[in-house]
Design a binder for this molecule. Structure first.
Ligand code: SF4
Length: 356
């Protein structure tokens, strides 16, 4: 059958024309206005993967200023990451939080060594088979690293689309998710460059279509945006009532032996596996066969973990009846403290105690 010429194609209807105009608007704006970010220099697939995983729970400035280059210096490629120990990867992830991401990165790297000769595949299904890579990350790597026609919806894209289409279903509901992914797929289908389209949508969400006070008068989509036209943009997307914040007080014990070693505890549970804490409650410690008399308070600080607002008191203490550390407790040489993977609130406590 002979190919259809442009003249023979059916004329786009008004909906298609709007979709095309949105896609072109986003792409042109992105080409002219994009921020210079380190992973945009070469669009190296490994670097795109690392950046996307870091950015999932961490602000852009924190990733760029403190973590991205440092992590790549330590783990410059898939092979290095795959051959490192979990402790090394967790220690390098320190300060980024949500440590499951770091464990899954290493698992993903090991999978890539086994099945893809240490390279990220460009095929979306092969990407989704990599441990830790879900629908969003697979789409991000395929489109941003390889310019493949794959849709992505993160928080920024969801907000832009919810306002553009004036979606009234609650953010995160099944209907909302289905609608936003469907429009993202249609937009990427209409794009000249999926890489520019997807990054442009995310960047628009971060810079113009912000959660509060969207800058509609500067936005390249203002003529196509239903939310702006109705004056409802800032109200969208509709949020369900947030979970109540709980206030807690926790004592953290900085216990040092005569030679200066610091007592730490291996964390348990899926979220913190592989990490180390300071002893937190005298009750727990006593049940492990030792006692922990509270000494002078070294300081205190506030820290928020999801919906818990915690005041940590940092207390010095002398160990009693402790030889090698009972149960899951270990003595750590103070020179090795920085290399032991620990969450950021433990870092703050060690800082207060003058140990880091
Ligand atoms: S016009 Fe306003 S609400 Fe619509 S996409 Fe742009 S910034 Fe967001």
């Amino acid at each position: 059958m002979p190919p259809i010429s442009d003249a023979q194609r059916p004329a786009p209807n008004a909906k298609d024309r709007r979709l095309l105009a949105v896609a072109r608007g986003v792409e042109q704006w992105f080409k002219a206005s994009q921020r210079a970010l380190p992973w945009r220099a070469a669009y190296d697939p490994y670097q795109i993967w690392i950046s996307e995983v870091m950015l999932q729970q961490t602000r852009m400035e924190v990733v760029v200023d403190r973590h991205f280059h440092r992590f790549l210096e330590r783990f410059p490629d898939v092979a290095t990451l795959a051959h490192s120990s979990q402790s090394e990867v967790l220690a390098a992830w320190s300060g980024l939080g949500y440590y499951r991401r770091a464990r899954m990165l290493r698992e993903g790297a090991r999978h890539l060594m086994r099945h893809h000769e240490g390279r990220l595949p460009r095929d979306i299904e092969a990407l989704r088979a990599v441990p830790g890579i879900g629908r969003y990350t697979a789409g991000a790597i395929a489109s941003i690293a390889f310019d493949e026609r794959a849709a992505i919806v993160d928080g920024n894209v969801a907000r832009v689309i919810a306002r553009l289409e004036q979606i009234e279903d609650p953010f995160g509901s099944a209907v909302f998710t289905r609608q936003t992914w469907a429009l993202a797929a249609r937009l990427v289908g209409a794009a000249r460059s999926p890489r520019n389209l997807n990054q442009g949508l995310m960047e628009l969400g971060a810079l113009f279509c912000t959660p509060r006070a969207p800058r509609c008068t500067s936005c390249p989509l203002q003529d196509h945006c239903h939310g702006r036209a109705s004056g409802e943009a800032e109200r969208l997307p509709v949020r369900r009532a947030p979970a109540e914040t709980r206030a807690l007080k926790i004592d953290l014990f900085v216990v040092q032996s005569a030679d200066g070693s610091v007592l730490m505890e291996a964390a348990t549970g899926p979220l913190m596996a592989g990490m180390y804490h300071l002893p937190q409650t005298p009750g727990l410690f006593q049940s492990a066969g030792a006692s922990l008399p509270p000494g002078p308070r070294l300081g205190r600080f506030r820290h928020t973990i999801t919906n818990r607002r915690i005041q940590f008191n940092v207390l010095a203490s002398e160990p009693e009846n402790v030889a090698d550390g009972p149960g899951d407790f270990f003595w750590v040489d103070p020179k090795r403290l920085a290399a032991v993977p620990h969450p950021s609130y433990v870092r703050k406590a060690l800082d207060i105690a003058g140990l880091l």
